[in-house]
Design a protein around this ligand. Structure first.
Ligand code: PMP
Length: 426
């Protein structure tokens, strides 16, 4: 009987990150600090609507032609073209040669989902390589489409630096044609990015081993405050792969425009140049086919993407004054985060907290992989009401002038507590 159909459905544990938010809301203590979810906060610990966004909204609302009609299936053209331009650069050859297919998505997660769906539909045998560690959702997004995932070494816990050797070895040893998911900048969770010369080595190795790169660009402008600087790896990849393989790029405007809940993002697929003298389909034909397939995916899942956030971001990308304001806003955010990194490190040094804390200032973007153990993180929460992810990842955006001292003292206490109880070292 169908009456019992639902009875044996297993209950899954809740999402660890969103559970932090819940526990924090229920915590009655006066001083509590949220270093969990990766969302920017101002120096008063409040969400920040970027001045560029406020101005764009004012203009949009004042426009008598503004309405809430559906967008086309592949999204708002002003958004997708502007998004490709900031990612690939004004002088991008791939854009000039019309080798870029772009479609709007439900933020970065939606772009990754479309990429996963596209890969599983057309290349289901491909293995998806993810950095160890990576953003936890990467695994679910690709595996939910039936794709196999594997990991490549990234973070060397002993030195708190990039395991470049292991990374390159994994590229060499992976099956030809594997997909490597590369964090474009501000790696989540480690906050550790390859240097420019390391990117050259990584991408050369990818070309040599016929890898298909998938760049996840969720923090452009957040790492350094500069869109161009933070697009270094993506642009290098696009130029190096022009003659070898397609590139997938998943782009989010959640963090750099502060549009977290509006779900605004894009997927871009860069088509390589055809081999000279080849008789296959030309780039415009391939691009048209890809566009139609992206439409098919979006149509069946969300029909068409959300309009409001797209209109705001499109306005910012296509209006010189708003773009200039946005650049200032990204500098405001990235500089405040950098200041907090220094403040936390300096306070830990002042307290004489055992261990070296320089990695906090050497990392970039929203997160710091602190090196704190799971037990330390638990004690931070239970004794000091400082909340972060069990892996020791702290969202630096949650720090401000009013709470950084509390956090430093809390870290100092837990590190000493575990040092004296088990002589565990950081
Ligand atoms: N990729 C990475 C690495 C991220 O950290 C995030 C946000 N946490 C995303 C993608 C996607 O975020 P959103 O869907 O909010 O754009």
């Amino acid at each position: 009987m169908s009456r019992t159909l639902l009875n044996s459905i297993e209950e899954l544990p809740g999402d660890a990150l969103f559970a932090i938010k819940q526990r924090l809301a229920e915590d009655p203590r006066d001083v509590k600090v949220d270093l969990g979810i990766g969302a920017y906060r101002d120096n008063n610990g409040k969400p920040w609507v970027l001045p560029a966004v406020r101005k764009a909204e004012t203009l949009i609302h004042a426009d008598p032609s503004f309405n809430h009609e559906y967008l086309g299936i592949n999204g708002l053209p002003g958004l997708t073209s502007g998004a490709a331009r900031i990612l690939l650069g004004e002088t991008s050859n791939a854009l000039a040669e019309k080798r870029v297919v772009s479609a709007q998505s439900l933020s970065g997660t939606g772009a990754l989902h479309i990429a996963a769906k596209f890969i599983s539909k057309f290349f289901p045998e491909k293995v998806i390589y993810l950095s160890d560690p990576t953003w936890a959702n990467h695994v679910s997004i690709f595996e939910s489409q039936g794709l196999k995932t594997a990991t490549y070494p990234y973070w060397d816990a002993a030195t708190k630096s990039l395991n470049l050797k292991g990374f390159l070895k994994a590229i060499e040893e992976s099956p030809r044609g594997s997909v490597f998911v590369l964090h474009a900048c501000a790696h989540n969770p480690t906050g550790l990015d390859p240097s420019e010369s390391e990117w050259v080595q990584i991408l050369d190795a990818c070309v040599k081993n016929d890898i298909v790169p998938l760049f996840d660009s969720a923090y452009q402008g957040f790492a350094s405050g500069s869109l161009d600087k933070d697009a270094y790896a993506v642009r290098l990849g696009v130029s190096k792969f022009a003659e070898s393989a397609p590139i997938f790029i998943c782009q989010s405007f959640a963090k750099n425009v502060g549009m977290y809940g509006e779900r605004c993002g894009c997927i871009h697929i860069v088509v390589p140049r055809p081999e000279a003298g080849s008789s296959g389909r030309d780039v415009p034909q391939i691009a048209k086919a890809i566009t139609s397939q992206l439409s098919k995916i979006t149509r069946s899942e969300v029909s068409n993407p959300p309009a409001y956030g797209a209109k705001i971001v499109s306005k910012i990308l296509n209006d010189e004054q708003l773009t200039a304001q946005w650049h200032e806003d990204m500098i405001t955010m990235s500089q405040r985060i950098t200041k907090m990194r220094h403040s936390l490190r300096d306070k830990l040094v002042e307290l004489g907290t055992p261990g070296n804390w320089d990695h906090i200032v050497n990392q970039c973007g929203m997160f710091s992989y602190t090196g704190l153990t799971k037990q330390m993180v638990e004690r931070l929460e239970s004794e000091h009401a400082v909340y972060m992810v069990a892996s020791g990842r702290a969202s630096i955006a949650g720090l401000n002038d009013n709470n950084v001292e509390h956090v430093a003292k809390a870290i100092d206490e837990v590190v000493r507590h575990f040092q004296s109880s088990s002589s565990s070292k950081l």
